[in-house]
Design a protein around this ligand. Structure first.
Ligand code: SFD
Ligand code: AMP
Length: 618
């Protein structure tokens, strides 16, 4: 039912034009002057992805020019926050380049706040700098537009194409234009997946009238994971889903409040509840609770325990800071430039933070590779610092040849945020160009048959609907298809109840996970019958399929790791303690594309930064 088929051949194909994708398109042009570079985006790159609404801070700036921090410091910070488990080679690589990225944003006209006394970028916290960032996304999009040969907006990529000459080598990607219904085939020498994280796989707190309101972008649908998983790329740390402390109902971020406005939390009795949970948390995680700053998950843990013990609601004490007119302005602007919905919720609930301390909540879990979490694809590190197990030729290349990742797509490199994601896109693109120059992409063959088969698969939900609707005699429920929204709610219920969502206070165990996997498998079967009434619903159908595959992978990983490494993100009730002896490691999965079965393994964690320093000292 596709209208037309459009073929486009290129050298570098960037899937997703968010922060990482725009960085990739920009850098690919720098190194590959004569290469054909295409970026394909589901929405419109001017306002797509997590930064669509803007941001009020760049959360990752080292400040090397002023000696504020060094790259090693950031590696230690991310390692600490993730309870010891990160890919330090990837983190270090990003840290040594991220400042240069931020300086380009400054050159391109992003309004940076300056400290009037020092002239430096205005710090919000140790790593964060403040911006007037409502137009952050259009600014980086312009750089991508000027670099790429072509940007295709409104095309959702649904599958990767594979080379038929050499096994395990990528050959491009396919998708459809959700406005025209045309089928697109992009045959490419390299593909960089930069398709963002995953919201809406766990049941959100905002349902009914608030449905669609989440902290992470509601349109982040896990393509970043589903695309590589489907072709057998290895994934890492997919169990490390993130839960965030957020202002209630609007999901407004708390960073600027904690770090810049110096607001603090208290329980309903006005007590500092975090202290109360110290001893009990120490029993679970040992000395990790004494680390500074307190890891994000452990801050959540105290919040969740306090609420379960009846100490809620938890409030952010804003009344003191908001007496200062400057801080009051910052408090409001922070949301007006980033999460307008929070300001609207406050207005609608009659909350003026100057006179009322607003409530906080813990969010439903999200799957991401770029915040205080590091789920994603298992990629090669940089050649100068990656240990042998982490290196297979090209920086940020997945275990599928020619397939690269960046931003939320890449696992193991936490705390990249907007600036680190753009930086990682640049690193991936530089390596992709090298891969082409070193003739690793020669003689790729993608047959017409492969493309035709995908066309049939992609447009099938339209046919399911067209045929199935004839059986409806009243109402909208069909005996032979399910709609994308019905499927989404079924997925969210499974993930919520069996894999550690909000309804169960993030609790799960082996038995519930196994049952969850069974239900997910049956959901996958039924998704063959998803029906789409138009091209927009076709996108919803494919978003759902990508979310479901991502969810399967998250569940397999959660089952594999027999410990509770990040209390506050989720709990394995059958293994409530952190277990460094057996689980101070990264988890890897691979789904066999032929059988659909996952296999799991452990990979070592190398603490490269301090090893390097120890060697230098000796
Ligand atoms: O404070 C397909 N983030 C923040 N980062 C900061 O630096 N400072 C902040 O203040 C931040 N805060 C924040 C942040 C995010 C959100 C939603 C809020 C507040 C409310 C995090 C960053 O935004 C995030 O780390 C990066 O944007 C991640 O970059 P990337 O490139 O991995 O993801 P993306 O930007 O969402 O882009 C993905 C793109 O892919 C498209 N896409 N295109 C084609 N086919 C498909 N199948 C596709 N699937 C997806 C998307 O449309 C998108 O354009 S604070 O709260 O942390
Ligand atoms: P958030 O607004 O929660 O997404 O956080 C933005 C940035 O501030 C991230 O780098 C967080 O890790 C950091 N951050 C948020 N809250 C705190 C806190 N209480 N202590 C230290 N860092 C924080």
């Amino acid at each position: 039912m596709a209208k037309k088929t459009i073929f486009e051949d290129c050298d570098v194909l960037v899937v997703g034009g968010g922060m990482a994708g725009t960085g990739a398109a920009f850098e690919a042009r720098h190194w590959g002057r004569d290469l054909k570079i295409i970026c394909v985006e589901k929405a419109n790159i001017d306002r797509s992805g997590a930064v669509a609404q803007g941001l009020y801070a760049i959360n990752y700036y080292i400040g090397m020019q002023w000696g504020e921090n060094q790259p090693e410091d950031h590696v230690r910070y991310a390692r600490n926050d993730l309870m010891g488990l990160v890919r330090e080679d990837l983190g270090y690589d990003m840290a040594r380049h991220v400042d240069a990225t931020v300086h380009m944003f400054d050159d391109w006209g992003l309004p940076m706040m300056r400290n009037k006394e020092t002239g430096r970028y205005q710090r919000e916290g140790k790593w964060q700098i403040m911006i007037h960032g409502e137009s952050y996304k259009p600014i980086v999009a312009e750089a991508a537009r000027k670099s790429a040969d072509k940007i295709y907006n409104r095309i959702m990529i649904t599958h990767l194409l594979m080379d038929e000459t050499k096994e395990n080598r990528v050959g491009g990607a396919v998708g459809f234009n959700m406005r025209t219904g045309d089928y697109y085939v992009f045959r490419a020498k390299t593909v960089i997946v930069a398709a963002g994280g995953a919201s809406h796989i766990f049941k959100p707190r905002a349902v009914g009238e608030g449905m669609g309101r989440t902290w992470y972008a509601p349109w982040s649908n896990g393509s970043a994971y589903a695309l590589p998983i489907a072709v057998g790329a290895k994934m890492t740390q997919m169990e490390n889903r993130i839960v965030l402390c957020r202002f209630k109902d609007g999901y407004g971020p708390v960073g600027a409040y904690f770090l810049h406005l110096k607001t603090y939390t208290e329980n309903a009795n006005g007590e500092n509840y975090e202290k109360k949970w110290y001893d009990k948390t120490k029993e679970l995680v040992g000395e990790y609770i004494d680390h500074h700053p307190t890891p994000t998950c452990l801050r959540n843990h105290a919040f969740i325990q306090e609420t379960m013990a009846g100490g809620g609601p938890i409030h952010m004490v804003t009344k003191e800071a908001f007496q200062d007119p400057h801080l009051e302005t910052v408090g409001w602007e922070n949301f007006l430039g980033m999460t307008v919905g929070q300001a609207v919720v406050w207005a609608s609930q009659n909350i003026d933070p100057k006179y009322t301390n607003p409530e906080l909540t813990t969010s439903e879990p999200y799957v991401m590779g770029s915040h205080a979490t590091c789920s994603g694809a298992w990629v090669s590190g940089p050649e100068d610092i990656a240990p042998a197990e982490y290196f297979w030729g090209y920086n940020r290349m997945t275990t599928v040849e020619g397939l690269f990742g960046a931003g939320d797509t890449v696992g193991g490199s936490a705390h990249k945020f907007s600036s680190g994601s753009f930086t990682e896109g640049r690193l991936a693109a530089k390596a992709a160009v090298k891969y082409i120059e070193e003739e690793k992409a020669k003689d790729i063959n993608v047959s017409d048959k492969q493309c035709e088969e995908f066309k049939e698969i992609i447009f099938k939900p339209l046919e399911n609907y067209t045929v199935g609707r004839n059986e409806i005699t009243g109402g909208t429920v069909s005996p032979s298809y399910i709609s994308p929204i019905q499927g989404l709610q079924r997925l969210q219920k499974i993930m919520d109840e069996y894999v550690g969502g909000i309804s169960y206070n993030y609790m799960t165990n082996e038995n519930t996970l196994k049952r969850g996997l069974e239900l997910l498998e049956w959901l996958q079967e039924d998704l063959e019958k998803v029906g789409a009434e138009d091209y927009h619903q076709l996108m919803r159908a494919w978003e759902l399929k990508h979310r479901t595959l991502t969810s399967q992978c998250v569940t397999e990983h959660t089952l594999f790791r027999q410990e509770t490494r990040w209390p506050g993100y989720y709990y394995r009730g059958d293994y409530m303690k952190l277990d460094d002896e057996n689980w101070h490691c990264l988890t890897l999965s691979r789904r066999d594309p032929k059988t659909g079965k996952f296999t799991m393994e452990k990979a070592p964690v190398y603490h490269i930064v301090d090893e390097k320093e120890k060697k230098e000292a000796s």
